[in-house]
Design a binder for this molecule. Structure first.
Ligand SMILES: [Zn+2]
Length: 262
């Protein structure tokens, strides 16, 4: 998602000293994606250790930095987010990866009666990180603003593009994420979002495609890229994926051309 930032962005932009409500920013990376962990809230310690000890995010950042040359640094901050949710902050060039989101994903799988393995949870986190990196790349490239939903779709397409660069493990990551979206689609509707600022001026809205559509788009792309490795994905409704996905992938590659690492 891309968050509408209130106090947090103001703290970052003004470089105010750390006070209540402000998050320590730390030095920004010179260029490329860099990872930083913040001390977790007590309830999030297990998710913090999971991310850190398994180095869940590291291969994503290495992949992005190996493929792209950015004009400035983008910090991925793993932190306790107090319920705000993982998102990209364009003002601070910063992706916030929330420890709480891992617990939510794990609970989603457990409620379905099919607990997720640690590797599957790591795959869901990596897909999320590529999605947030997609938002960051829309920002870096100053791509035309076609609306919030179009940007969410573009971020999903970027995740697919990066995960399908000829690697079977990326296909598995997308298929695991698709399963998580299936579970989200089947789950009861969440309670309305809480306003992000005390005055209720900026309501958080979910601009993503519905989870079922995101799951199907992942499977469509995997089917298009690697039909022989995933014969069970070959359904009549996906007959057009071999045309539509390459078109989407190639459009992103054209946008990325100025910043591809040579
Ligand atoms: Zn998004």
């Amino acid at each position: 998602m891309i968050r509408r930032w209130g106090t947090l962005a103001l703290c970052a932009a003004a470089l105010l000293p750390v006070t209540a409500g402000c998050v320590p920013q730390g030095p920004a990376p010179v260029d490329g994606f860099a990872l930083r962990y913040e001390k977790p809230a007590a309830a999030d310690r297990a998710e913090y250790r999971f991310l850190r000890d398994r180095a869940v995010a590291d291969p994503v950042l290495a992949d992005l930095n190996g493929h792209l040359v950015l004009p400035y640094g983008i910090t991925v901050v793993a932190r306790s987010c107090s319920g705000e949710g993982t998102g990209y902050d364009p003002a601070a060039h910063r992706i916030e990866l929330c420890y709480e989101d891992l617990a939510e994903e794990r609970a989603l799988f457990e409620r379905s009666g099919s607990p997720t393995s640690d590797e599957e949870l790591a795959e869901v986190v990596r897909e999320t990180l590529y999605h947030e990196a997609g938002h960051a790349l829309v920002d870096v490239l100053d791509l035309p603003d076609k609306g919030a939903r179009a940007e969410e779709d573009a971020a999903d397409d970027f995740a697919r593009l990066m995960l399908l660069r000829g690697r079977p493990e990326g296909e598995e990551t997308l298929l695991t994420a698709a399963r998580a979206y299936d579970l989200a689609a089947a789950a009861p509707a969440p309670a309305p979002e809480v306003p992000m600022d005390p005055e209720g001026l900026e309501e958080a809205e979910d601009e993503h495609a519905p989870p079922a559509a995101r799951a199907e788009a992942h499977r469509c792309a995997v089917h298009a890229e690697a039909p022989t490795r995933h014969p069970s994905l070959a359904t009549p409704s996906r007959a057009t994926c071999a045309v539509t996905w390459p078109r989407t992938r190639d459009a992103w590659n054209r946008d990325l051309a100025p910043i591809l690492r040579r």
